[in-house]
Design a protein around this ligand. Structure first.
Ligand code: CDP
Length: 210
């Protein structure tokens, strides 16, 4: 079973995807980390994340070994990730890694922006996770403060609005809800309530399968 979980920044998609992977005993890939690793590589090389050549060279080097670096979770790398992610040759370089992960025996859970629309249009279950921008900004601000980052709520909200617009507005595989995705708004929901809602969607989809 392939489960695709898409949605904007800090919507809760990662937490939900991880939970579903545990619940159904499936491997999990946070595809945002691939773009973040690509961005880190570009910045470490002293290049601009919007430079297609530098970003593509970096994307081709991304593999499992670089995905555990805690630096990937910083606000700076998140912003740079959305810049490299707008470059078509970067998306192409990272595509097979994601598709191979999804196609492993037994299936997988992947979260991102274009999993249900582009990477795995054949996924068995697709979820589109959303929440109001202010609530997402509050969550991300809390996470970044817990990481020790010196960033205000207003800065997080500003970056979030900018990143959402860039992710949804790019030409290549923009952030988009798949036509056959189940909508899950996590606004005002506790984590447990969001897990339950996601599980209900997956169980119903499983029950419908031949
Ligand atoms: O965790 P957060 O929602 O902040 O972001 P992420 O999932 O780690 O993704 C970082 C950036 O990578 C996003 O803003 C997107 O620009 C890009 N991304 C993408 O284009 N496609 C994906 N499947 C996953 C991430």
């Amino acid at each position: 079973m392939i489960i695709a979980v898409d949605g904007p920044l800090a919507s809760g998609k990662g937490t939900i995807a991880r939970h579903l992977a545990n619940r159904y005993d499936l491997p999990y890939l946070d595809t945002g980390l691939l773009y973040r690793a690509c961005a880190l590589g570009v910045l470490n090389a002293g290049k601009d994340p919007s430079d297609p050549e530098a970003a593509t060279i970096s994307a081709r080097k991304v593999d499992n070994t670089v995905l555990n670096d805690p630096e990937l979770r910083s606000a700076k790398i998140g912003a740079a990730a959305s810049r490299v992610a707008a470059i078509p040759s970067v998306r192409k370089a990272l595509m097979n890694f994601q598709r191979d992960f999804a196609d492993q025996t037994g299936g997988a859970v992947l979260d991102g922006r274009d999993i249900g629309t582009f990477i795995c249009p054949h996924a068995d279950v697709k979820l589109w996770v959303s929440a109001p921008a202010e609530e997402r900004a509050r969550r991300r601000h809390k996470e970044l403060c817990a990481r020790g980052e010196d960033i205000s709520y207003a800065q997080v909200l500003e970056q979030l609005i900018e990143r959402d617009a860039r992710d949804a507005g790019r030409d290549d595989a923009p952030m988009q809800c798949a036509a056959d995705a189940h909508l899950l708004n996590t606004g005002g929901l506790s984590i447990d309530a969001a897990f339950e809602a996601a599980q209900r969607i997956v169980d119903a989809a499983k029950a419908e399968r031949p």
